[in-house]
Design a protein. Sequence first.
Length: 255
Amino acid sequence: MQLGPGETTVSGTTVGGGDHATNGCTGEANTDDRVYSVTPTVSGFLTATLHRGDASYDSILYALGNCLQPTSNIICHDQYTNTSPNGGGVISFECVAGQPYTIVVDGWNGQTGTYTLTLDLSQGTCADPVPFTLYTGFSSSAIGNTVGEGNEAQSSVCGGGLSNDVVYEVTPGDPLGSIALSVEASLVAGDTSYDAVLHARSSCNDLASELDCDRDTNPNNDEVINYNVMSVGPTFVWVDGVVASEGEYRLRFEP
């Protein structure tokens, strides 16, 4: 599948799909799956969203660099801590134009069912932010690299004005009504290779709309921010750096 900028949605079932792939997520061995070979037409950030309301079983979603090599695991989401009977999940990672990636819809311990999968290719800017859907009850992660990205934003308190950055558009996946969803976003210290800044806004281009920020000077500590997501409109989370600092990161969301 060639994937251009924007999103593509497919629906299917893992029932009778055969067991083709495995990776570092526990429990997916000997379980029917569906495998998608995805080749981005431009470099950017590839996000795969398995919609919880349309996943009728305990699902596992992951990406491989090579379908035949489990050790080529890029990122995985297993919603094993979720108390909902349905599955769902989100993974996001940096991708290179023309390079094929394997996206696998799998299941835990033999579970199979129907699903809807959305694939998105974005640039991580205000004009084209990386979409990230939050589902209550389990954490999700995104990995990336700020090297070579533009310097578009900074925190009003924690800095970041001289460093490349990437922005995520965060939207709740569950109906909230008038209730606010409390979110913790963090940059995982062991998987973040530079002096990072993490900040969130309610409006992507408006510095005055900042919700929270963090820059921890101890490299062994995570950068952590906390804020509320409302059902009306998204929020924007920036992965940034201090004074030209840039590098790889893992961004984790805990709604």
